[in-house]
Write a protein that binds this ligand. Structure first.
Ligand code: SAM
Length: 394
């Protein structure tokens, strides 16, 4: 069988992205048609659920890699901060720590960045380097600075970018600090999710410039929003959530699963009551986003007991507060403890949103100052959240 022609695969990918309204401008179309994604995916894992429901990651077969590279899929390239597909000896479980994000997400974000010729861009999360290469094609390699926190990932991305013909500024380091040496930037874009926008990015982006990043104040893997903020001259950045987006969390912000006896953490409740809402609501994206705004820092865990009864826990370890919900028939009960009544906050927020007619995530405004992140939905009582920032040197 003749192998597929990479140029034809790139063209077909561009067609599909354009038909879906994701690829909009000729310059980005040219970039998609020119940058060979397979160069950035010399090895990767495919994934599918195992018999126990836990995802198994399998090194992609050499004969399939080219065609798979042009599917609109995210391909995981590293697990648990070290394991790559060329070092794995078969299907394995693990936590994805680097990947090539699906082209529709990458291209959608690049289109939203509103770049113009000659602009310089700071990218956080080089990963495989594919999105970096698209930026280099569009703006020129001298106008792109990309920061990757994982040294092994950064080395592979550098090599792939060279193979593709780009000698751009790749930096190994914590992107939450930006890269002051090449600042100010016209655009700052992150391809990892954040609990909050680092103020360093506001400082390193020029007034009128844009910061585009996925935020979720509690670092859940879903219920996150793509924030597009314009930096103003007075040291703030303001804008809105322009859609849903999901990315692996920035390394320093990744939340370790709580260990130990969870019921001990919830042993002493200050109050107990039937709930007004079912926690099943939190399976939906927008209520999950709102819950993170209402209870920043709260981890969500679902635990099945020996009696097959599910308990939904929200733990805010920073504030030593918890809410634990169990069902009694069709009625849910919540036990809450600690200084913050987490479920009260979540329920009040979700009910205010329901009263407001359940506006979409794009109704959420956002402002970042040196001292706080504020989110709000216009003209609605109970739909404003201020998250003070810890003092920062940045
Ligand atoms: C989803 S991947 C990036 C995808 C990439 N843009 C591409 O097209 O292949 C996210 C990357 O962000 C990196 N990352 C996580 N936290 C970071 C941080 N604090 N600073 C810089 N990079 C970070 C991860 O190591 C990972 O490689």
């Amino acid at each position: 069988m003749t192998p597929p022609d990479p140029a034809a695969l790139r063209h077909a990918l561009a067609d599909r992205l354009q038909e879906r309204g994701i690829l909009k401008t000729p310059a980005w179309r040219k970039a998609v048609e020119s940058v060979p994604r397979e160069l950035f995916l010399p090895t990767f894992f495919t994934d599918r659920p195992g018999p126990d429901g836990v995802t198994r990651y399998t090194p992609a077969d050499a004969g399939e890699r080219l065609a798979l590279s042009y599917q609109d899929e995210t391909w995981v390239t590293q697990l648990d901060g070290h394991l790559t597909a060329d070092t794995a000896d078969g299907p394995t479980t693990g936590f994805p720590t680097s990947s090539s994000t699906m082209p529709s997400t990458v291209v959608g974000m690049l289109e939203s960045l509103d770049v113009e010729d000659g602009m310089n861009v700071l990218e956080i999360g080089t990963g495989t380097g594919y999105s970096t290469a698209l930026l280099c094609h569009r703006l020129g390699e001298d106008n792109v600075t990309s920061v990757e926190v994982d040294p092994a990932v950064a080395v592979r991305a550098d090599a792939a970018l060279e193979r593709a013909g780009y000698s751009t500024w790749t930096v190994t380091g914590d992107g939450l600090l930006g890269h002051p040496r090449r600042a100010p930037y016209d655009r700052t874009i992150a391809t990892c999710a954040l609990r909050r926008i680092p103020y360093t990015w506001v400082r390193q982006t020029r007034p009128g410039g844009i910061v585009l990043a996925t935020v979720g104040p509690s670092a859940w893997s879903y219920g996150t929003g793509l924030a597009k903020l314009t930096v103003t001259g007075d040291g703030t950045a303001e804008g809105r959530i322009i859609g849903r987006a999901s990315f692996m969390p920035a390394r320093a912000e990744a939340v370790l699963p709580l260990s130990g006896d969870l019921s001990a953490r919830a042993a002493y409740a200050d109050s107990e009551r039937p709930t007004a809402l079912s926690p099943d609501l939190l399976n939906d994206w927008m209520p999950a986003f709102l819950a993170q705004l209402a209870a920043p820092g709260a981890q969500l865990l679902r635990v099945l007991g020996g009696d097959s009864q599910e308990t939904v826990h929200l733990f805010d370890t920073g504030r030593e507060s918890f809410a634990s919900l169990t069902a009694d028939g069709s009625t849910w009960h919540v036990r809450q403890g600690g200084p913050t009544a987490i479920w009260d906050a979540v329920e009040n927020t979700v009910m205010a949103w329901q009263d407001a007619g359940e506006p979409d995530i794009t109704a959420v405004h956002m402002k970042v100052t040196r001292h706080a992140h504020t989110y709000w939905i216009d003209g609605r009582a109970g739909l404003r959240w201020t998250h003070p920032l810890p003092p920062l040197g940045g």
